[in-house]
Design a protein around this ligand. Structure first.
Ligand SMILES: *[C@@H]1O[C@H](CO)[C@@H](O)[C@H](O)[C@H]1NC(C)=O
Ligand SMILES: *[C@@H]1O[C@H](CO)[C@@H](O)[C@H](O)[C@H]1NC(C)=O
Ligand SMILES: *[C@@H]1O[C@H](CO)[C@@H](O)[C@H](O)[C@H]1NC(C)=O
Ligand SMILES: *[C@@H]1O[C@H](CO)[C@@H](O)[C@H](O)[C@H]1NC(C)=O
Ligand SMILES: *[C@@H]1O[C@H](CO)[C@@H](O)[C@H](O)[C@H]1NC(C)=O
Ligand SMILES: *[C@@H]1O[C@H](CO)[C@@H](O)[C@H](O)[C@H]1NC(C)=O
Length: 526
C-alpha cells in the first residue's frame, strides 16, 4: 500500500490543539501539565545532504503531510532534525507535527556551519547561526530543545573540540534565558567511542550547571541483529548513566550490520530496567538512502513505501509503554554534577575556563577602535598567510585558542577578519602608528577609529592591549543574531555526519529507488 496524500489543505487547515510542552525535572522529561513521564519514541527525520547543501525537512509542507501520518502510525512522539533553514517557514510542518502529538529536537548547526573537530572554534558567525535556529523554533510549543553539536569529538586527539561545543551549550542556554523564551533544553549528541565515552559524558555534565548540557543524547549502534542487553553493552551503558544528573536518551540507534533489522533493542530500551535510566530514543532513520537505514522509501512527493525495517520497528514500538516516574512524587537524588575529566593521555579538553562567549558587540567595537585592518580587497584565502606574517612580528595571544591548556585570547571568538584586524592593529600601535606598519604589501589598510564606550570600553580594558585578559563584564544588550555579519569561515564535519560506522562529514546523494539497493534490503511494498 502506498500512503498517499489525500488533501494537504484539510490537514493544514485544522485547528491547532495546544500541545503540552515537555519539561525537564532532574534526569527525566515530563509533560508540563500533568505528572506523566515523557519517553521519546523518536525518529530521525532528514534526508542526507550532498556537500554543503541540505533539504530542510520542516520547510516542505507537502512532504510533512505525507510523512507525519506514517510517523504517527509508528507512535512517533519526537523527530530529530539535523539542519534547518532558520529563514524558511516551518509553521505548516510544525503544526502537522503538533497535531499528531510529535515534538522536535533539532541540531543547531548545518553542514557548512558547525564546530569542526579538526580546527575547532566557537565564534560569532556560529553564534549567529545557532541563535537564528533557536529564535525560529522557539515559536513552537513542540520544540523540546536542541543539540549544540553532533559527534564532534570522536578520538582523544579531537576531544579538545568538546570545549568549543560546551562553550556553545553555555552561550545558547544563556541566550534562551536572556530572550525570555519558554524553557527549552540544550544538549549534545555523542558518538559512542569507547576511548572517550565516559570522559565525554563527564565533561559535558561537570563544573557548573550554567555551562552543562540539559540532556545527553547517545548515538549508539552496538545492538546488531539478535543481540542482547549484555552482548550489546547496553547493560554497562545503563550503569554508567544511572547517576547522571540530566536526562539521557538514544539520539540515534538502529545498527544495520544485520538486515532487515529486527529492532529487538526497542523492547530492552523501553523495558523496566533501562527505562529507569533512559528516556527512550530516536531511531535512525525515516528515509531509506544509500546508507541503508530507512524505515520508508520515498516514491514521490506524496507517497512512500514502507521497508521491512518499518514492520519490525512498528511491532516493537507498539508495546513500548514504560510506566515511568510520577513527577509530583519525584525528588531527584542524583543532582550532583560529574567530576570533570583531567587533561592527560585520554582527554585533551580543560574543563575550565571554557572558550570565551561569542560576543558580536565586543568584536565589532574592537574592530571600530582599530586604526589598521585587513584591506577589503584581500581574499579570505590569503588570511592564513597574513596571520602567520603579522603574528611573526607581534604576539597574537589575543586571538589564540588552546582548549588543552585552557588559554584563550579575548578576541578568539571574533570572525577571522576581526581577529586579523586585532593583530594588525596591535602591531601598528606598537610601531607608533607609522604608515609603513600597516601595509603588508597592500594586505592591510589604515582607517578612522571610533573609540569604545560603555560596556565595550570596560570589556576592552579587561581584555587588555594584548587581548589576553579575561573579559568578565557581560554584554548588557541582548545579542541580536541578525547583527552579526563579517566573514564566516564555514567549517565542516560533525553537523550532519552519519554515525561512526559511516564516513564522517560525507554526505551522499540518496539513490532511493536504485533497484539493487531495494532488492538488497528486502523492501516490502505493503
Ligand atoms: C503553548 O503553550 C502555552 C503554555 O502551555 C500555551 O499558553 C500556548 O497557548 C501554547 N501555544 C500554542 C501555539 O499552542
Ligand atoms: C499527560 O498528558 C499527556 C499529553 O497531553 C497525555 O498523553 C498523558 O496521557 C497524560 N497523562 C495522564 C495520566 O493523563
Ligand atoms: C532559506 O530559506 C530562505 C527563505 O525561504 C531562502 O531564501 C534561502 O535560500 C534558504 N537558504 C538555504 C541555505 O536553503
Ligand atoms: C534471539 O535470541 C534469543 C535468545 O538467545 C532466542 O531465544 C531467539 O530465538 C533468537 N531469535 C532469532 C530471530 O534468532
Ligand atoms: C550511584 O550512586 C549510588 C548512591 O550514591 C552509589 O552507590 C553508586 O555507586 C553510584 N553509581 C555509579 C555508577 O556511580
Ligand atoms: C595547546 O598547547 C599545548 C601545550 O603547549 C600543545 O602541546 C598543543 O599542541 C596545543 N594545541 C593546539 C590545538 O594548538
Amino acid at each position: 500500500m502506498k500512503f498517499s496524500l489525500v488533501t494537504l489543505a484539510t490537514l493544514v487547515g485544522t485547528a491547532v490543539a495546544d500541545l503540552d510542552p515537555i519539561v525537564i525535572k532532574g534526569s527525566k522529561f515530563f509533560y508540563s501539565s500533568n505528572n506523566t513521564q515523557f519517553y521519546l519514541r523518536g525518529v530521525a527525520y532528514q534526508q542526507t545532504a550532498d556537500g554543503n547543501s541540505y533539504t530542510d525537512p520542516l520547510a516542505d509542507a507537502t512532504a510533512c503531510a505525507r510523512d507525519v501520518p506514517i510517523m504517527k502510525e509508528l507512535r512517533t512522539n519526537v523527530i530529530r532534525t539535523y539542519a534547518i533553514n532558520a529563514s524558511a517557514d516551518h509553521s505548516a510542518c510544525m503544526k502537522l507535527l503538533s497535531e499528531a502529538g510529535i515534538y522536535l529536537i533539532s541540531d543547531l548547526s548545518d553542514p557548512s556551519q558547525s564546530i569542526d573537530r579538526s580546527d575547532p572554534t566557537w565564534e560569532t558567525s556560529l553564534y549567529a547561526r545557532y541563535t537564528s535556529v533557536i529564535d525560529e523554533l522557539s515559536q513552537y510549543n513542540n520544540t523540546i530543545g536542541f543539540f549544540a553539536g553532533n559527534e564532534v569529538s570522536n578520538t582523544v586527539a579531537t576531544s579538545d573540540a568538546s570545549a568549543f561545543v560546551k562553550a556553545a551549550v553555555r552561550d545558547m542556554k544563556k541566550y534562551i534565558k536572556q530572550k525570555g523564551y519558554r524553557s527549552m533544553g540544550v544538549g549534545y549528541a555523542t558518538a559512542d567511542v569507547s576511548t572517550i565515552r565516559e570522559n565525554m559524558a563527564d565533561y559535558f555534565d561537570c563544573e557548573s550547571s550554567d555551562e552543562s548540557i540539559d540532556f545527553w543524547g547517545y548515538n549508539i549502534y552496538s545492538w546488531c541483529g539478535n543481540s542482547s542487553y549484555t552482548d550489546s553493552g547496553y547493560n554497562t551503558r545503563t550503569e554508567e548513566f544511572r547517576n547522571y544528573s540530566v536526562p539521557v536518551f538514544f539520539a540515534e540507534y538502529g545498527c544495520n550490520d544485520v538486515t532487515p533489522r529486527q529492532f529487538t533493542e526497542v523492547t530492552a530500551l523501553y523495558g523496566d530496567t533501562m527505562a529507569q535510566v533512559w528516556s527512550g530514543g530516536i531511531v535512525y532513520m525515516y528515509f531509506q538512502e544509500t546508507n541503508n537505514y530507512g524505515l520508508v522509501s520515498v516514491v514521490d512527493s506524496t507517497s512512500v513505501s514502507t521497508m521491512a525495517d518499518f514492520k519490525s520497528y512498528s511491532m516493537h514500538i507498539a508495546t513500548a509503554d514504560p510506566t515511568g516516574t510520577n513527577k509530583a512524587s519525584y525528588t531527584p537524588t542524583n543532582t550532583a554534577l560529574q567530576s570533570c575529566p583531567t587533561v592527560g593521555s585520554d582527554w585533551s579538553a580543560k574543563a575550565s575556563p571554557l572558550p570565551p562567549s561569542a560576543d558580536v558587540d565586543l568584536c565589532e567595537c574592537m574592530y571600530d577602535a582599530a586604526g589598521c585592518v585587513v584591506a577589503g580587497s584581500l581574499a579570505t584565502s590569503k588570511y592564513t598567510n597574513l596571520f602567520s606574517t603579522v603574528c611573526g612580528y607581534t604576539d597574537c595571544g589575543g586571538v589564540d585558542r588552546n582548549a588543552t591548556t585552557g588559554v584563550y585570547g579575548a578576541y578568539s571568538m571574533c570572525t577571522p577578519e576581526q581577529q586579523l584586524a586585532f593583530a594588525l592593529n596591535k602591531y601598528y600601535v606598537e610601531q607608533g602608528r607609522s604608515a609603513s606598519a600597516c601595509s603588508f604589501a597592500g594586505s592591510a589598510t589604515t582607517k578612522a577609529t571610533t573609540s569604545a564606550t560603555g560596556t565595550c570600553s570596560a570589556q576592552m580594558k579587561e581584555a587588555g592591549t594584548a587581548g589576553t585578559g579575561t573579559v568578565t563584564t557581560e554584554a548588557t544588550a541582548t545579542a541580536d543574531s541578525s547583527s552579526s555579519s563579517g566573514t564566516s569561515t564555514s567549517s565542516s564535519g560533525g553537523a550532519m555526519s552519519i554515525h561512526s560506522s559511516v564516513t564522517f562529514g560525507s554526505f551522499q546523494i540518496g539513490a532511493y529507488l536504485a533497484p539493487a539497493l531495494l532488492a538488497g534490503v528486502g523492501m516490502i511494498a505493503l
